[in-house]
Design a protein around this ligand. Structure first.
Ligand code: NDP
Length: 277
């Protein structure tokens, strides 16, 4: 049986085994998908051992996405732009790295939430691994303006510089700003910081929201409640990160199996399982 894992630390909270089991059942694919807890200084050794034992691929989660990228000699264009990988495939030619986070986010926003990004003004908060994966596909969706705001401005600036050519190609005005001065009334606000995970304060002023605009936190479960409540209270359309999670998983499944699963029933099953509306 073809074997896959999600590799991370911590990893016990991951919903990926449930999601991929649903995809496999739905598409009639025979595979197993488990969790692989890697020591913080032992990601490469753990994943090498899994691949050597016949593993076919893995998802990569915190804190190993940047390391996974550097370890793979072959990379997709979107992983190279992000310099981070959340998908590895073990081929005869060696490890191949990809990043499905951004395409998952864009599909969730446009298809599942029904919010068009073309011509929109977008605020992306955070400049860590999740933002790095999201920025390229967000630009490719064609917003007129994309502001990247982060607590450490230098990180936002370097991410912006790496994407400057892509933004010019798509006619998107790209800017890096501090959290305290990132603009107002965006059509879509995306929280890609770890603030919800940490139970910290909302990182930006409510003036970034506009009535019925989208406010999405990549976090999900009880930790996302603060951000979602804040967004709703200010009249925005609040959305958690579960849809993105399922969509990025579907893209990984496609990369490994060449088959695209239906995501809507799996997202519904996941929401039922987690008791989130
Ligand atoms: P990283 O650790 O790589 O980056 C964290 C980011 O959050 C940095 O930009 C950091 O700023 C910022 N930050 C941390 N704490 C605060 C705070 N209290 N206030 C403001 N900014 C803060 O994490 P990731 O990018 O990998 O993940 C970010 C979030 O996205 C996590 O909650 C993760 O669970 C979620 N995620 C969800 C996915 C999904 O499929 N739904 C997929 C990937 C991630 P600074 O640079 O200044 O340190």
């Amino acid at each position: 049986m073809d074997r896959y894992v999600v590799a991370g630390n911590p990893v016990e909270h991951s919903q990926s085994p449930f999601i991929h089991a649903q995809f496999a059942k739905q598409t009639g694919q025979t595979l197993s998908y488990d969790r692989l807890l890697c020591p913080l200084d032992g990601f490469a050794a753990s994943v090498n051992a899994f691949a050597a034992a016949g593993g076919r691929g893995c998802n990569v989660t915190v804190p190993f996405k940047f390391e996974a990228f550097t370890l793979a000699p072959r990379r997709s264009e979107r992983a190279s732009l992000a310099q981070a990988a959340n998908v590895l495939r073990f081929d005869a030619e060696g490890w191949w790295a990809d990043n499905s986070d951004g395409v998952g986010l864009v599909r969730d926003i446009e298809r599942n939430a029904g919010v068009p990004l073309r011509g929109a003004r977008v605020l992306l908060i955070g400049a860590g691994g999740a933002s790095a994966g999201a920025l390229g596909p967000l630009i490719e969706a064609g917003p007129t303006e994309l502001v990247l705001a982060n607590r450490s401005l230098d990180k936002a600036q370097s991410l912006m510089q790496r994407h400057a050519a892509l933004a010019a190609e798509h006619g998107t005005t790209l800017a890096a700003r501090p959290l305290t001065d990132c603009g107002t009334a965006f059509d879509a606000v995306i929280n890609a910081t770890a603030s919800s995970l940490q139970g910290a304060a909302i990182p930006v002023a409510a003036s970034v929201l506009r009535p019925r605009g989208l406010a999405l936190d990549m976090m999900y479960g009880p930790s996302a409640a603060g951000f979602l409540g804040w967004a709703t209270q200010h009249g925005a359309q609040a959305r958690d990160g579960l849809g993105m999670l399922v969509e990025q998983a579907a893209e990984a499944f496609f990369v490994w199996r060449g088959v695209r699963p239906e995501t809507a029933p799996v997202l519904a099953a996941l929401r039922a399982r987690l008791g989130s509306a």
